[in-house]
Design a protein around this ligand. Structure first.
Ligand code: AFD
Ligand code: MN
Ligand code: MN
Length: 395
């Protein structure tokens, strides 16, 4: 059991978000960090360091408008990634910050704006082909803030039109991930609000469109592992954005609020693999950009927590579970999960890391490396030269 659990960690390749290394914040402001990335090269350097220490983060998700520019095209960014020891992963469209998108992007009542959004999306798809990325991720802020503001059904059809056009542009190897979110920044209705809407849109768009589950994009009472189980069974789970939440889309470090929920989600994946004889081909991505925690430490912590919970879920005794499920022995069946969840897996994750030539504790290794202090000092000096406001450096 332990051997299989350790080996299963090879399946958990976790993509890091470029935006997670730069200063971001909340709508109430942001707390700047000396060590946060100033430019794309910094972002990839940080992601490369996280991968070097954790051994499971070979790709970096990019946001097109934030990571590419006239001066820094796809080939240049792919070169930066290569030099940092990582690759470009999913290409994320930016369909939410341009002024034209005030009333939406794919759902906008103005055909010219919908055309602009589609053109940007098609550019992202072509960029993905250029850099060898097989994932194109669409998250939409689209929706309305007031009853009557726009027709929900007309917006649905506008989305279907745009998503079909995107799907038609995909290469044979590309997958289009459609991410849902119940609310924010739209506060009356969001056009892609739940897994069912994403599922309908994906099915309508074509066979290379799949649902992206952001763990923070659910109402408090929603059973996320049930959604994951359904999407797995329908072969419609494209992947995850990992984070945790207490109230809404808080983008906290994974497992910081409800580690048992992440364990139950991973349990569904291991259960699927146990039955199918192979793990599903899904994308595991972090979607966090920390305003308070030191960014690099938070990213490494999130990855280590994901690995811990993944191994715990791999330790579920499936034969015993199926027996107790067959018998209707509820307490015993539940205890099979709890026994696995309560198992200390430090030795198993250390075994996997040792087999990769890695330190048993990547966070400790990071702190001992002095990387944090180096980038804080170097980037604070660079910000001064560039006249960019600097923040407080973290210990
Ligand atoms: C925001 C959105 C969504 C998206 C992410 C990156 O809520 O999760 O995936 O930004 O664009 O968190
Ligand atoms: Mn997300
Ligand atoms: Mn989000």
């Amino acid at each position: 059991m332990n051997e299989q659990a350790v080996a299963s960690l090879d399946q958990l390749q976790i993509e890091l978000p470029s935006w997670g290394f730069a200063d971001t914040g909340t709508r109430f402001g942001k707390f700047l960090q000396d060590g946060s990335a100033i430019d794309t090269a910094d972002k990839f350097a940080d992601a490369g360091m996280a991968h070097q220490l954790t051994g499971c983060c070979p790709t970096v998700a990019v946001h097109v408008l934030w990571d590419f520019s006239e001066e820094q095209n796809a080939a240049a960014v792919a070169q930066i990634a290569d030099e940092a020891g990582v690759r470009i992963g999913s290409i994320n469209a930016n369909l939410f910050q341009d002024q034209e998108y005030k009333l939406g992007s794919f759902g906008n009542p103005d055909a010219a704006v919908r055309q602009q959004a589609l053109a940007h999306s098609l550019d992202c798809i072509e960029l993905g082909k250029e850099v060898g990325s097989d994932l194109f991720t669409l998250w939409f802020a689209d929706g309305t803030n007031y009853p009557g503001q726009d027709s929900i059904r007309k917006r649905k059809r506008r989305f279907q039109e745009g998503l079909r056009a995107c799907h038609a542009a995909l290469s044979d190897s590309q997958t289009m991930l459609v991410e849902y979110k119940p609310f924010e920044p739209a506060f009356y209705h969001t056009d892609v609000a739940d897994w069912g809407m994403s599922y309908v849109f994906c099915k309508d768009a074509g066979p290379q469109a799949k649902v992206l589950v952001d763990t923070g994009h659910h109402y408090a009472a929603q059973n996320i592992e049930q959604i994951v189980a359904w999407l797995l069974d329908e072969r419609m789970l494209g992947g995850f954005h990992f984070n945790d939440r207490r109230y809404a889309d808080d983008d906290l470090t994974l497992g910081s609020i409800d580690p048992y929920q992440i364990f139950r989600i991973f349990n569904e994946i291991h259960d699927y693999a146990d039955e199918a004889g192979e793990y599903p081909d899904i994308a595991y991505m972090v979607d966090q950009s920390h305003n308070l925690k030191p960014k690099m430490e938070a990213m490494i912590q999130t990855v280590m927590t994901a690995q811990d919970l993944w191994v715990k879920a791999a330790l579920v005794d499936r034969a015993a579970l199926r027996k107790f499920q067959r018998e209707g022995s509820i307490v015993d069946a539940e205890n099979v999960l709890k026994t696995a969840f309560n198992t200390n897996v430090d030795g198993l994750t250390a075994e996997w890391r040792s087999s990769k030539g890695l330190a048993a504790d990547p966070l400790d290794a990071y702190r001992k490396s002095g990387y944090g202090a180096r980038i804080a000092q170097e980037r604070a000096a660079r910000r001064k030269e560039l006249g960019i406001q600097s923040g407080g450096s973290y210990a």
